[in-house]
Design a protein. Sequence first.
Length: 200
Amino acid sequence: MNTPLDLNQQFLFIHEMDLLKAVKRKALIKADNNRYENSAEHSWHICMAAQVLESHVNYPVDIMRVTQMLLIHDIVEIDAGDTFAFAPQEQLDAQFELEEKAAKRIFGILPDPQRDFYLGLFNEFEESSTNNAKFAKAIDRILPLVQNMQNNGGSWAANKVKRSQVLDRNIGLKEVSDSLWNYVEKQINKATDNGWLLNE
């Protein structure tokens, strides 16, 4: 039997995670009067997407580890907030530093073994150096594409995003899955033809 970890620390962390429901993303939810999605909803949605799309991956993955990464990778937004994926590079760089600091604080609430485990998962996702992390990151990026396509371009159209930017953001998918990359390319072509992405 495992030695129980400090319950008070664990519940402090569970309470802290509730704050993720208040973090608004740039994605709009068409099914709910185009309100802004929150980061907790996003985390649930990408976990389900990973489960559903696993069979399309070009290599074996540990779907439990992938799901764990997807569940925790945005918790840092409790402190750092969400940044638009196509913001200027200096803003994205500043966000990265904020998120690293947030990861240490938030996961530091947990007992040391869990702190180390979740920090390890967070870093694995960010570095995208393992097959599990590559799949997790690809799913994290394909879902906003799906949402924007459902919503006549959504945040792409509102922010005059370029076709080349969306291709670059999803390029990691090319290594992960032939069929999913083919799907993404077709969606980007359709969005360009419809004027939802700038053809630059």
